[in-house]
Design a protein around this ligand. Sequence first.
Ligand code: 5AD
Length: 370
Amino acid sequence: MKSITEIVKQTEFSDEDIVRLLAITDPTEAEILRQAAYDRATHTVGNNVYYRGLIEFSNICTLDCRYCGIRKSNHAVPRYELDKETIVNAALWAATNHYGSICLQSGERRDPKFIAFVTDVLKTIHEKTVSPELPNGLGITLSLGEQSFEVYKQWAQASGNPIGLRYLLRFETSNPKLFDHLHHAPGREKALQRRYQALADLRRAGYQVGSGVMIGIPGQTLQDLCQDIRTFQKLDLDMIGMGPYITSEGGDMLGEGMMEEKALMRLSLNMIATTRLVIPDINIAAATALHALEENGREKGILHGCNVIMPNITPRIVRKNYQLYANKPFIEQEPSDTNLYLQQSIQKTGRTVALNVLGSSKHWKLRTGL
Ligand code: 5AD
């Protein structure tokens, strides 16, 4: 049998290799994997970590994903919607603080009013953030769920920055049975194949395409996670964001429990590091959920091959109402606290925060020549 040291040196991996890496629990083997993933990231995508300032502008959601704390049927959470001025001000804060790019996230809505509102906000953010420092304006990542191709095109145009245009849409798990179990709301409002189609549409509409999964979902196996990595490859993704599954009080899965925290952290880091080894030239975000599990969890993500971090710059007054899972961090911090704290902690990982840059993935640059 191959040793872990031999496996991590490879550039091609069998399913068996991948499952071996995902299954690591021994601290010495874990460190071999970590170092290999960190080095592969340095070698392939460099020493930078890129910021995406995250603005969670509304928790109103029309869907009922069972794992999620802001699902439609959770009536315990007060619903909010930031107005245009507040969102634009948060974006300007990001630009002034040298973030090259932001991410707009909200619950999922497809009504014309919402679509027009986002279009208007995007246009204004672009107009107000073009500067000598950011000649193309802020980079924009949208995380607004499944929409039609026409809507993706409309938002792409409104954002005004075709080289800094991205969309995040996780497929959550590539296991169709598990996917249905997570989304078994009336009418099958979400379907895995539709999700894949949406990712293909986003690519056609000109976006850098990001997706990802949750790790440690009740019932998920290491073979499922291996298949998730194969799916990342098949979809030819530019970016990946994935984090541990954490139960949510407002969700509908409390009875199914969650993995023990230490084991969940280990598995999440194994998944991140293995993905970096298998697909070296993509951007991988250190999910905030890592930090919910452990202080400095995101820094551990960076040490295992992540190169993107999404500081929460949502105005504090509404943050407590955007809790997708329990123990979500930074509920009380102002953006500026997060900023200083992050700068210092990222430095400790040996990486540098790259300011005033779009930070597009190398994979996307190679596939488009842009
Ligand atoms: N635990 C971890 N991640 C979650 N998400 C939603 N609910 C949870 C949870 N309970 C993630 C999903 C979604 C993203 C916006 O947040 O993967 O795609």
